[in-house]
Design a protein around this ligand. Structure first.
Ligand code: NAD
Length: 475
């Protein structure tokens, strides 16, 4: 079995306690890697290394150009190791290799390139004042960043945090999810090869509560906590951060509403709606899991949507042609299976899909459930779409906004006025019109209500990972 250690102060190391845990391949349903199991001692070793690298090391003192050169080298190395990194995520959590190697790895490289250039080219206002003073802004590195990541897009979401943190001169301790440890260690190995000084990017493995994760959020040397994961975990982390007054950014759960109006191009709507709910077996915070369809096209949309869902290739995630792999772990499969098995007792109908082999759930289309059903309200995080008809635009907006979550929404219409009007009315951090998942890394990304606090991306990441300082000067 392969071994993945912590990366602390430039070395790959075991835990102080020598404890390890297994990472399980959810397709084979057996362990494929042994991983160092960190605890508070290991978290402290990593934070101490990051603190020293920040206080005394060259990284925060380099110019943006020199840092950018190293981060671009890291992006090149990520691309050169696409097979290894893609396979690591696929073995850890069953994501089809065409998505991990074909989408997540290039996006990870793009994250480093984008934030390296964004920081280097960033400008700041100088304000000439009536009094004759001038005020200008310096964006100074915040310090030690603790980055805590989920398992659904392991490498991609880790780099979404690590890249801006490093580009702005911080040092980082990354804790990947316990289900997906491998690609984080590989990333940190590559970062050292790219020339990142020791202690600048540390990785500590372990669990959340009473483990490495909790220890990081409580550590007094940590200056920023950036977290992506469940809303419940976000509340716990926000409370821990509050005790040290540590600024925290929370990217949390979602229950994306997807509105299909009768005036939409139905082929476009079906194609994107399939991607929105079934990509990554529905294990996507942005998943379009509540599908509202205007009654005039409800039957025709459902016919096409169900046919497309049934045509998806289910199977071995290592096979290039596979579109749906297993769910990420036994624990997660058990949770999603419960939702599938309770559709009918809640009054719903499974039009297509259901449980598959092993830990797989087939693309599942559910009708006849109301807005208040558990399946319509809770984040299932699996390949299950609840489809509900609506009559008017106002009703569609009300249904979409009737959620504790507010990460994103999609709408399909060929009416430009409706597109703008409804986009403005939806309570969501991102609205996609006639598309899904298209991202400009300069744009704000984050959610309202239970979907999070703060935004990341472009200048929003700059605001979070720096201390903006106003300098007022009498000339
Ligand atoms: P999770 O909250 O269970 O775990 C996320 C991370 O937090 C893991 O690394 C875990 O070890 C750690 N953790 C857990 N408890 C902790 C604690 N008390 N202190 C410190 N760390 C702790 O989430 P998950 O199951 O890994 O991920 C799925 C969730 O993530 C879904 O709700 C999904 O919507 C959300 N998500 C959100 C976004 C977004 O951008 N908004 C993106 C992807 C996933």
């Amino acid at each position: 079995m392969e071994f993945f250690g912590h990366i602390i102060d430039g070395d790959e190391v075991t835990s102080a306690s020598d404890a390890t845990f297994a990472s399980v391949d959810p397709y084979l349903r057996q362990p494929w890697a042994e991983v160092a199991l960190g605890d508070a001692t290991d978290a402290d070793r990593a934070v101490t290394a990051a603190r020293r690298a920040f206080d005394e090391g060259p990284w925060p003192r380099m110019g943006h150009g020199e840092r950018a050169r190293i981060l671009h080298r890291l992006a090149d190395l990520i691309e050169a190791h696409a097979d290894e990194l893609g396979l690591a995520d696929t073995r850890d959590m069953g994501k089809p290799i065409s998505q991990s190697r074909g989408n997540d790895v290039p996006r990870a490289a793009a994250n480093f390139r984008f934030f390296a250039d964004h920081a280097r080219l960033s400008t700041a206002d100088t304000l000439p004042m009536d009094s004759g003073h001038h005020t200008y802004t310096r964006f100074e590195a915040a310090g030690v960043v603790a980055a805590i990541a989920p398992w659904n897009f392991p490498l991609m979401l880790e780099t979404w945090k690590v890249a801006p943190a490093l580009a702005w001169g911080n040092t980082v301790v990354l804790k990947p999810a316990e289900d997906t440890p491998a690609s984080a260690t590989i990333l940190a190995r590559l970062a050292l090869e790219a020339g990142l000084p020791p202690g600048v990017l540390n990785v500590v493995h372990g669990y959340g509560p009473d483990s490495a994760g909790q220890a990081l959020t409580e550590h007094p040397y940590v200056d920023r906590i950036t977290f992506t994961g469940e809303s419940g975990t976000g509340r716990i982390i926000a409370a821990a951060a509050a005790r040290n007054l540590t600024p925290v950014s929370l990217e949390l759960g979602g229950k994306g509403a997807n509105l299909v109006f009768a005036d939409a191009n139905l082929d476009t709507a079906v194609d994107w709606s399939i991607k929105a709910i079934f990509t990554n077996s529905g294990q996507v915070c942005l998943a379009g899991s509540r599908l509202y369809v205007q009654r005039d096209v409800y039957t025709e949309f459902l016919r096409r949507f169900t046919a497309a869902a049934e045509a998806m290739m289910i199977g071995d995630p290592n096979d290039e042609a596979t579109q749906i792999g297993p769910l990420a772990s036994r624990e997660h499969y058990t949770k999603v299976r419960d939702y599938v098995e309770t559709v009918e007792s809640e009054g719903g109908t499974i039009l297509s899909g259901g449980l598959g082999d092993g830990w797989t759930v087939r693309p599942t289309v559910v009708t006849d459930l109301g807005q208040d059903a558990r399946h319509s309200r809770e984040e299932i995080f699996g390949p299950l779409a609840v489809v509900i008809p609506f009559d008017t635009e106002a009703e569609a907006v009300t249904l979409a906004n009737d959620s504790h979550y507010g990460l994103n929404a999609m709408l399909f219409t060929d009416n430009l006025h409706r597109a703008h009007r409804v986009s403005a009315a939806l309570h969501a951090g991102t609205v996609w019109v006639n598309c899904f998942f298209v991202r400009d890394l300069r744009a704000p990304f984050g959610g309202v209500a239970d979907s999070g606090i703060g935004r990341e991306g472009g200048n929003f990441s700059r605001e979070f990972f720096t201390e903006p300082k106003a300098v007022v000067i009498q000339i």
